[in-house]
Design a protein around this ligand. Structure first.
Ligand code: MN
Length: 229
């Protein structure tokens, strides 16, 4: 058995709510523009098909952490999102079959360098520098979702900064439902246990500055909190 020539990178995982267990993270997928009101505030039509991007696995930040304000931006934005945890892999999953591939739910914040994203859009360049930077994926504990229970189709989703409400929406406003997103994503990528899917953000995105305390919450799912330093 060969030795590693450098220390192998640590296994990334998030806690499972209510018990002493971890969900190991394989990949992080994200959906762009999945709430009509947020799509409108970003200047887009509401009925476009979903599109996807990724964040690196080690962008995960545990709730309760302090993160550094990232370099190379003057406009860091918060986006609170429902996150799906995949427990059963597959490709070409139908919307009807998708439910059983999701083992749990979490609350995530898709941190975004909005200035770099706007510049990338204008230049037709990729989004990695605006979306996939270090510590760009704060996330709550994963709440296991009982197999017999449908995924939530409604529920308040909110984000506040220093206790002031910034984002407020409802899961019922999602353009593509949780099961439709799993189905669509699985046409492009074979999903595997450990994948996380950020499902898009409601209206009200805005800037975060150093010293801000950011808290996202989804009714019936959980809370994620980070301090930006
Ligand atoms: Mn997002």
């Amino acid at each position: 058995m060969s030795q590693f020539i450098i220390p192998p990178p640590p296994r990334i995982a998030i806690p499972v709510a209510g018990r002493d267990a971890l969900f190991p993270v394989r990949r992080i997928y994200c959906v762009g523009r999945n709430y009509a009101a947020h799509a409108r505030e970003m200047g887009n039509d509401s009925r476009e098909p979903p599109f996807f991007f990724q964040k690196p696995t080690d962008a995960v930040v545990a709730s309760g952490s302090t993160i550094a304000y990232p370099p190379e931006t003057r406009n860091l934005h918060h986006e609170v999102e429902l996150v799906l945890g995949i427990g059963l892999g597959g490709a070409d999953i139908s919307p009807q079959e998708a439910r059983r591939h999701v083992i749990g739910l979490a609350v995530g914040i898709d941190l975004t360098r909005r200035d770099l994203q706007n510049a990338a859009k204008e230049a037709g360049r990729p989004w990695e520098c605006s979306k996939s930077f270090d510590a760009s994926a704060p996330i709550s504990a994963l709440v296991e979702w009982p197999a017999g229970e449908p995924l939530p189709q409604s529920g308040r989703i909110t984000l506040s900064v220093n206790g002031q409400r910034r984002q407020e929406g409802n899961l019922v406003e999602m353009t593509w439902s949780c099961t439709e997103i799993v189905a669509q994503l699985s046409r492009f990528f074979r999903l595997a246990p450990g994948d996380l899917i950020f499902t898009g953000t409601p209206a009200g995105v805005g800037p975060v500055v150093a010293g801000d305390w950011v808290q996202g919450e989804i009714e019936g799912v959980g809370v994620v909190t980070v301090l930006v330093n």
